[in-house]
Design a protein around this ligand. Sequence first.
Ligand code: 2RA
Length: 335
Amino acid sequence: MRVGVFGATGAVGKELVQVLGDRGYPVTELRLFASTRSAGTRLPTPFGEKTVEVYDPASPPKLDLALLAVSGEWSKAHAKELVAAGAVVVDNSSAFRLEDDVPLVVPEVNAAAAGGARLIANPNCTTAILAVALAPLHREFGLKRVIVSTYQASSGAGAEGMQELEDGLREVLANGGQAKNAVFRHPLPMNLIPHIDSFQPNGYTREEMKVTWETRKIMGLPDLLISCTAVRVPTLRAHAEAVTIETERPVTPEAARAVLARAPGVKLADDTANAVYPMPLTASGQYDVEAGRIRSNPVFGECGLDFFVCGDQLLKGAALNAVQIAEALPLKMAA
Ligand code: 2RA
């Protein structure tokens, strides 16, 4: 496959290249695209050293697969051009996620939705991490209500967000006072920020509403009652989520554990006697989403369950999911 990675120098772009290599994706030619600032940079990749190029809309490259880790505006402007030039496009941005004719895919949940589509949307990281654990529970017990609180790492704001956290921590530890902030709305070190993306008229942030809108679409449950509080926390690259569900049918922690233990993409981390539970430190760098702290929720009685999940935001939340989508497609090399 002739593969192009767009936004190749960003946090997700770099992971895309690495995941393609790690999973042995059949790449015959890899092209890296980024902004003019990075043009000409030579980057080591699992497919040899590559030179970063600038995309020219006047002559789109001949690709079989284009993986986009760029802004929504860029995707809106150029994704369909790439499709017209012969590529299947997997887009990480929010540009097309809610369009009826664009599948929004988490392969463990709805791989078939990709069908023969030539433009496929990759969900928001928080949604993808949640969906791999919610879907098997829904299949077994039926979901009625879902309440989520997130603990989202700095990587959700890209390489700049991670850098701002690292610089800020160093500054605060060395000199005290407050860290500077430009990427985040407030300093992140020693802080939590319950504000990710813009506030909506209903009082939720767009990040919170993405969890609602996208989970409904991926799971094919347009009326699912689901609410989210999204919080940025000073961790580097794994998002954690505390989840409460009310189910249609009775659920026990043992039964939920058994379901999650065999769910693809999930790793059970639920041994409280030995202090084993999902954490950013253990989930970072892993493909699977950790699930644990599974217990009955007394508010919803025999149909109530609480649990905690944690997944690498740059992998299952972005690059890994995009490559899994590509793997699930019936892709053929263009002539
Ligand atoms: C965040 N979900 O964590 C966003 C990134 N896609 O900021």
